[in-house]
Design a protein around this ligand. Structure first.
Ligand SMILES: CC(C)(COP(=O)(O)OP(=O)(O)OC[C@H]1O[C@@H](n2cnc3c(N)ncnc32)[C@H](O)[C@@H]1OP(=O)(O)O)[C@@H](O)C(=O)NCCC(=O)NCCS
Length: 377
């Protein structure tokens, strides 16, 4: 009997030094560093260095990376024109996918898979994707694009370019930690998609375009936007029981709940909830955060005994809302962070490549005689 691994659950497709998840204990570790420690002490740029080099940077290496990322922030005239053409009818994740393809089109060394070239490509993509997302939003709102600022870190600069106002220290820190939390997650669907593309020796830009298309789906990165829409649909605390009961009675899924690997609360959800607490003290949109907590508590009663707990998307929706970010940008922001992990996995893949080519068990008809079209009923 051929065993079918539908969804590839429990199948190991490669080794990695990047990330370990213990879904029973709720542990997430990037290259040996616990996510709670990174969220407490590190920042997104440092986590990028860690993922791309397997160790934390020295002071000098860190400053050098920060400078290199800053230099790569401005978008090309081609992407500027494309974004102006696309707004209004191309949704943000598709726009990001197209923009990444355009970044690749302008890189004369896009097919260079040497370690140095891959590091260049990873930095370029990481720096530019945040500018693309912010610029797309500014253009669609009829506002001027805001140029990146050299004196701001990656997270603060993103909020600056998006909103046109400098974020508070707390907002910048929350954004930074959200980027750390989403940066890497072992062999998730979008990372696997990227690896399949790279395994044909296609270039990093094409692999990242694949990853963005894969992340878009509501069972993966699209869940954060879906959580926001759920909160909007519920509206007020008193509507939670009826909404949840109806949804579960219809056999539908609550977005932001459940995970293929975590069978306890996702540690990223715990960290985001804590950050949300701080933001909620000062945000005019704190209602979304409190509603999320009440929804979580009600779901805990309804789903008792089932391994279904909040995942990273559950609290990211209300946290992003409190940062003043429109909900259709939540998934692009996930991509803007996960680019760190995607590119790191691609570096591992190119260094030890094998074409990914599984099998499908044929169950169709056999030995059918070909009938000319004129003789078919
Ligand atoms: C993430 C997800 C796809 C993982 O699913 P999976 O590992 O394939 O789990 P399964 O689809 O086998 O589900 C197992 C059981 O839990 C139920 N379940 C899973 N997620 C659920 C959810 N969010 N709400 C309600 N029930 C859920 C399934 O209906 C199934 O029930 P059954 O055994 O009675 O049929 C799933 O939990 C989900 O769809 N979550 C919502 C989307 C989401 O938040 N995605 C972001 C992930 S970070």
């Amino acid at each position: 009997m051929t065993e079918i691994a539908r969804g590839l659950e429990g199948i190991y497709v490669t080794e990695t030094k990047l990330c370990r998840i213990d879904g029973q204990k709720g542990e997430l570790v990037y290259s040996g560093y616990d996510i709670y420690e990174l969220a407490e002490h590190s920042n997104f740029e440092e986590v990028c260095f860690l993922l791309w080099n397997g160790r934390l940077p020295t002071n000098e290496e860190y400053s050098h990376l920060v400078e290199q990322l800053r230099r790569e922030r401005p978008i090309s005239p081609l992407n500027n024109r494309l974004l102006h053409e696309m707004v209004g009818f191309v949704r943000p994740m598709r726009a990001l996918e197209i923009a990444v393809t355009a970044i690749g089109a302008l890189d004369r060394n896009s097919s260079d898979m040497s370690p140095d070239a891959l590091q260049d490509q990873a930095r370029r993509l990481t720096a530019r994707m945040s500018t693309v997302i912010a610029a797309y939003h500014r253009i669609r709102e009829g506002n001027e694009i805001v140029a990146p600022r050299d004196d701001l870190g990656h997270a603060a600069n993103f909020l600056w370019m998006l909103r046109g106002s400098e974020p508070s220290e707390l907002e910048a820190r929350v954004m930074d930690v959200a980027l750390i939390l989403h940066a890497e997650h072992e062999m998730n669907a979008s990372t696997f998609g990227a690896i399949v593309t790279a395994s044909t020796q296609s270039d990093m830009y094409s692999a990242i375009a694949t990853a963005i298309g894969t992340l878009k789906g509501p069972l993966h990165g699209g869940a954060n936007d879906a959580v926001y829409k759920t909160l909007e649909a519920i509206g007020t605390e008193d509507k939670i029981p009826a909404y949840v009961d109806d949804l579960l009675a219809r056999g539908e899924r609550m977005m932001g709940i459940g995970h293929r690997i975590y069978k306890t609360t996702d540690p990223r959800a715990i960290i985001l909830e804590r950050l949300g607490e701080e933001l909620a003290k000062v945000s005019p949109d704190a209602h979304y955060y409190h509603l999320s907590q009440m929804l979580r508590d009600y779901l805990a009663q309804k789903l008792e005994g089932k391994p279904l707990y909040p995942n990273v998307d559950f609290f990211s929706a209300s946290v992003y809302k409190m940062l003043g970010i429109p909900n259709d940008l939540y998934t692009p922001i996930f991509a803007m962070s996960r680019i760190a992990g995607w590119t790191a996995h691609l570096m591992e893949q190119y260094a030890n490549n094998r074409l990914v080519r599984p099998n499908a068990l044929y169950e169709g008809a056999e030995n059918r005689p070909y009938v000319p079209m004129s003789k078919r009923d």
